[in-house]
Design a protein around this ligand. Structure first.
Ligand SMILES: [Zn+2]
Ligand SMILES: [Zn+2]
Length: 125
């Protein structure tokens, strides 16, 4: 194999890795995943801008700066990774937070008692 083909394969692998990462992470955060999956595809086929490693790093940096901050947790229903601030899972569309029936605050799925008023009277789903 000559080095041009090797370089091309590395670039394609990097671009595919980037696309998979952006798709998964943006979907988990319910953040314009459609747009972020297509930005690398479009730039990859743009002559000049193209498949350079600098472009890939730039897209990744832009995404990491602009994405919603916070941790990911497992959805209690479908076990996919989702952003902890979401009230509904972007994959299975089920509610991932409970509501306290006394003070109407949202409560994490895995707790049995409202952290705000101490009530155990929570919605079931
Ligand atoms: Zn889910
Ligand atoms: Zn409460």
């Amino acid at each position: 194999m000559n080095s041009t083909i090797v370089t091309l394969i590395i670039k394609v692998l990097l671009a595919v890795g980037l696309i998979i990462f952006l798709y998964k992470d943006a979907r988990a955060r319910d953040y314009s995943w459609f747009m972020w999956t297509f930005i690398p595809i479009i730039t990859f086929f743009t002559p000049g801008l193209g498949s350079s490693i600098v472009t890939i790093i730039l897209i990744l940096a832009l995404y990491l700066i602009s994405r919603p901050k916070g941790n990911l947790a497992l959805c209690p229903h479908c076990k996919k990774k989702i952003h902890t601030i979401l009230a509904f899972c972007p994959f299975c569309r089920k509610s991932v937070k409970k509501e306290c029936l006394r003070c109407h605050d949202t409560v994490d799925w895995d707790v049995g008692r409202c952290p705000h008023c101490g009530s155990t009277n929570l919605t079931k789903s």
